[in-house]
Design a protein around this ligand. Structure first.
Ligand SMILES: Cc1cc2nc3c(=O)[nH]c(=O)nc-3n(C[C@H](O)[C@H](O)[C@H](O)COP(=O)(O)O)c2cc1C
Length: 434
């Protein structure tokens, strides 16, 4: 059976699934319950100078019948006294020595404040590592903390350096996605001496507007504020950022804890395949509770057995090796849609999508008294849209079209090195403006 043991910068946990710093890691009772269910580690809810929270705090985005595709919050760091958090973390570490316990920290940007919280936390809790929260996009950011630090690489580097001056345990730098290029704060985290990176924290957002109150949700006495967005909807953004730092020349090889929209074992496997050493989960636990860990571990373990991967390292980063720039993709590689009429239910969603929204490469035909959708082979550009809107699994698949044309990238073509093979017409020219 696959070995799920995970190692993030020397922090070993029985499996790669950690709870992200958030409400599920706010108390001893919650973290103990999570570890009893099988979670491999937990990043405690960020501690610092306790704050006062507002009522209410969360807003959701539903898509169709799927609740909480996205979750938005205007909650800040812990509102519990530091003493209580530290005492409970110490109790957790004592009772669960084999699970990873990480202290998430955020204080004002002075050397003294960071030294004090780091020394105190590592001395009194026995935690396995620090995570520096440079990500909170609301509330703390306005106080010069959180994303206000994560968005300025120099501050980020400076604070990591301060913590490293006193830390005897690994330091994980948690990055904000609210930047135009994630590689800059990632490089700063490394330059400051950080042992690992974790990403993403939440994305700046207003999730919806209550049209009766004319106020954003969540609503606090008739007013709203921008907050942090997370949940399944943010996974693609997180994967892209993970891949950017896993493939960046300066940060490649740095240990990564992947966060953002992870709800299933497949999500986790995708993050690991792009270079993560472990993953963290928040929204899925807030939605479904701690017991999802059973499916996460069983699913990942069964899939690894099927694929012949014995350890996480056997597939870590494998997909990162295939991430390339657009200009390095092969321009002479062709695919075309193929419709399995045995499976087709005749909904014609593919036809409408292609005719109105893509490359007009499908036609409706009558055959044996039945209306069918057919592919116009000379028009199809293999864009995938028909297969994406088709509700029937494997009814529309994209088939590779064999060609004798040699591979050629845009970089080579624009430098005059090679020729493009003949391509589908993909539009019909109109005569005389008709
Ligand atoms: C209500 C709420 C509170 C959060 N509080 C913190 C926090 O105190 N510290 C922190 O680093 N991240 C905090 N986060 C961000 C999460 O740790 C995580 O980075 C983010 O939710 C993305 O993961 P997900 O898509 O699995 O939810 C919070 C998220 C939510 C939803």
């Amino acid at each position: 059976m696959a070995d799920l043991t995970a190692n993030l910068a020397g922090i070993i946990s029985p499996n790669p699934f950690w709870l992200a710093s958030a409400p599920p890691t706010n108390t001893y009772g919650q973290v103990a319950r999570a570890f009893d269910h099988g979670w491999g580690g937990a990043v405690w809810k960020t501690i610092g100078q306790p704050i006062v929270n507002v009522y209410s705090r969360y807003g959701g985005v539903d898509i169709g019948t799927q609740k909480l595709m996205g979750l938005n919050n205007i909650e800040l760091i812990t509102d519990r006294p530091i003493e209580d958090n530290i005492r409970e973390m110490a109790l957790i570490k004592k009772r669960y020595p084999k699970h990873s316990l990480i202290a998430s920290l955020m204080v004002e940007s002075t050397r003294e404040a960071w030294h004090e919280i780091a020394k105190r936390t590592q001395g009194e809790t026995g935690c396995d590592g620090f995570e520096l929260n440079f990500g909170c996009p609301h509330g703390m950011s306005e106080r010069g903390m959180g994303a206000a630090v994560g968005q300025v690489p120099e501050y980020c580097q400076q604070i990591v350096h301060w913590v490293k001056e006193v830390s005897t345990i690994p330091v994980i730098v948690k990055l904000t996605p609210n930047v135009s290029d994630i590689t800059y704060p990632a490089r700063a985290g490394k330059a400051g001496g950080g042992d690992a990176l974790s990403l993403i924290n939440t994305i700046n957002s207003i999730v919806s507007v209550d049209l009766d109150l004319m106020a954003p949700r969540p609503n606090v006495n008739g007013k709203g504020s921008h907050g942090g967005y997370c949940g399944p909807a943010v996974k693609p953004i997180a994967l892209n950022m993970v891949s950017a730092i896993a493939t960046d020349k300066e940060t490649a090889g740095m240990p990564i804890s992947g966060i953002g929209g992870i709800s299933t074992w497949r999500d986790a496997a995708e993050f690991i395949s792009l270079g993560c050493d472990n993953v963290q989960v928040c929204t899925a636990v807030m939605h479904y509770g701690f017991r999802i860990i059973e499916d996460l571990c069983d699913g990942l373990s069964n899939w690894m057995d099927e694929k012949g991967y014995r350890t996480l390292d056997d597939f870590k980063g494998k997909a990162a090796a295939t991430v390339t720039k657009w200009e390095d993709l092969n321009l002479n590689y062709f695919t075309r849609a193929s419709i399995d009429h045995q499976k087709c239910i005749g909904c014609e969603l593919c036809y409408i999508a292609c005719e109105d929204g893509a490359h007009q490469a499908l036609r409706l035909v009558e055959k044996n008294g039945k209306r069918l959708v057919e592919v116009k082979e000379d028009m199809c550009v293999g864009c995938n849209l028909c297969s994406l809107v088709c509700p029937v699994p494997d009814c529309i698949t994209m088939k590779h079209i064999e060609s004798n044309a040699p591979d050629i990238t845009w970089k080579q073509f624009s430098a005059g090195k090679g020729a493009l093979a003949e391509r589908p017409t993909h539009y019909q020219p109109v005569d005389d403006g008709e």
